[in-house]
Design a protein around this ligand. Sequence first.
Ligand code: ZN
Length: 164
Amino acid sequence: MSATDHLVDANQQYVERFSGARPARPRLQLAVLTCMDARLDLFGALGLDIGDAHLLRNAGGIPTDDALRSLAISQRALGTREIVVIHHSECGMDGFDDGEFRAKLEQESGVAPSWRVPGFTDLYADAKQSIRTVRNCPWLPFRDDVRGFVFDVASGALTEVTAD
Ligand code: ZN
């Protein structure tokens, strides 16, 4: 059984107890940007329910152009007002070499990727930089409530990071 088959089976049971559609606008007017890491249970760790928040995830939880695009849509079209950025311990992007990765992709495929994959060497410094990037994004009308945290995958605890 593939992982996808597992999902399809699970969905049949999900449908039986599904309570119906909820409003598309996030109830808490919140967007969370974080890493795709499989150990981050955002609903459990943050006390969220379905329909509460937009959850944007990428490798590292980094405010890339695409993440900022989604945040702009989140605020302008769907009413969110607060943004939380969460990095985490043991992240695969810690020490990631973007130049080497992209060179390898180009070497193997013959096509250079148009995107960058920024990694970092200091988790807390990068979290601060991510907060600043979001706060400085000119396309976001609501930037007063942008807070950042580091999630510890060993303890489940969040630690707030304050950008300078
Ligand atoms: Zn990560």
